[in-house]
Design a protein around this ligand. Structure first.
Ligand SMILES: Nc1ncnc2c1ncn2[C@@H]1O[C@H](COP(=O)(O)OP(=O)(O)OP(=O)(O)O)[C@@H](O)[C@H]1O
Ligand SMILES: [Mg+2]
Length: 381
């Protein structure tokens, strides 16, 4: 998925060789075939934000596989959101998390361990354990930021990282590249960062949170806040969410408003939430929102005793766990597996990776092997 000019920079590889390698790799993965839309494996997973209202307007929570930009004025809650989901992603799937780790790229030195500990307690997690699953990097320059974005990819591979936070995306760039003469260079650097992150999001089905500052534009008598970074950020992010502080009667209120500004398949809705000492929440008290969606579906499926032949029926099993509880398997994959007779965790463990893999597009025997290992770990947990 890398562009060939990046590969050809590797010592000893010419332009031609690089291109050939990439083409062959694509062939090997079946990326050079069109597939029917029905076969597209979206596999989106959701992380709870701590507020059910905010989850609702995001279509179920913070989504994996995509870049989400959250922008707003200072103290609007961006860093608080980053802290909250750095914890909630570690929750098990049934409680609104992914059971995964986080890479936290901190350009403003606003990461707070104590806050993380409090949020962890709110969600019933062991604070020490939670801190051990947050890989933090304090960033000092835009070049350092790029370097650590690349490093974060390695963490996705080796440390089960499924969320990368960049808080904030533009702070250092804004300080380093001053003036109109530097703009083209700044946008070039930004472009590399956004594309790199986009590729990681897709490759590892990883969620990406980019926070962004705003600048105030005067339009005649009115002023409006706009995210900085221009078109590269605006077009590069799949979801754009604006946080607002104004419009509430009390100036020191901790009530905030979120607005979906741009999303491929979400209406432009608004939600209200609170900043609390234990992260983002629906009310000032900071209670834990009920994990909606998944739990509900699983329960209703259990209630329906009549065995109907259907994909939804097949994706759950009568035992304690269903396929989607296995690390690495999302909704889409579970459905594809069910179509090939793998309906339960037990079926998965009994299957032969070598014969199963060729039947499902985009899935290798290595992946199945890995799921089997994860399934065993799940059953033994
Ligand atoms: N323990 C806490 N209890 C209640 N509110 C808090 C607590 N800690 C921080 N806040 C509130 O959170 C707000 C700061 O939010 P946050 O740091 O998430 O903003 P931000 O959008 O990241 O701002 P910036 O652009 O400056 O980075 C402040 O208004 C502060 O009063
Ligand atoms: Mg902040």
């Amino acid at each position: 998925m890398s562009p060939h000019n990046i590969i050809s920079e590797i010592d000893g590889l010419g332009d031609k060789t690089a291109k050939k390698l990439i083409w062959n790799a694509r062939n090997a993965l079946g990326m050079t075939e069109f597939i029917t839309a029905g076969e597209i494996d979206e596999n989106t997973e959701y992380i709870t934000t701590g507020s059910s209202e905010l989850n609702r307007i995001l279509g179920g929570g913070f989504q994996t596989g995509k870049l989400t930009e959250v922008y707003g004025p200072f103290k609007s809650g961006k860093t608080n959101l980053a802290h909250t989901i750095a914890v909630t992603i570690q929750l098990p799937k049934k409680k609104g998390g992914l059971g995964s780790a986080v890479a936290y790229i901190d350009t403003e030195n606003t990461f707070a361990k104590e806050k993380i500990k409090r949020i962890a307690k709110r969600f019933g997690l062991d604070p020490k354990e939670v801190l051990s699953q947050i890989f933090h990097a304090r960033i000092y320059s835009s070049d350092h930021q790029m370097q650590m974005i690349q490093k974060a990819e390695t963490l996705c591979k080796t440390r089960n990282v499924r969320l990368i936070v960049v808080d904030s995306l533009m702070a250092l760039l804004r300080a380093e590249y001053v003036g109109i003469g530097m703009l083209a260079r700044r946008q070039g650097v930004l472009n590399n960062m956004i594309h790199g992150l986009s590729r990681v999001a897709e490759t590892y089905n990883c969620a990406i949170l980019l926070t962004n500052q705003v600048s105030t534009k005067m339009m005649g008598m009115f002023s409006a806040n706009d995210a900085i970074g221009g078109n590269i950020v605006a077009h590069g992010c799949h979801f754009r969410v604006m946080f607002k502080t104004k419009g509430f009667s009390s100036n020191n209120s901790l009530k905030r408003r979120a607005i979906i500004v741009d999303a491929p398949d979400l209406p432009p809705e608004e939600a209200e939430f609170f900043i609390t000492s234990v992260g983002i929440a629906d009310t000032e008290k900071g209670e834990v929102p009920e994990a909606k969606g998944l739990d509900f579906e699983v329960e209703t499926l259990y209630e329906e005793e009549t065995p109907e032949v259907g994909i939804t029926e097949d994706t759950t099993n009568s035992g304690e766990y269903s396929l989607i509880d296995v690390k690495g398997i999302g909704d889409g994959t579970a459905k594809n597996l069910a179509k090939n007779g793998i309906a339960s965790v037990e079926d998965l463990l009994e299957s032969d990776p070598e014969t199963l893999a060729p039947k499902i597009s985009g899935i290798s025997s290595k992946m199945i092997n890995e799921w089997q290992t994860n399934a065993k770990a799940l059953l033994n947990a």
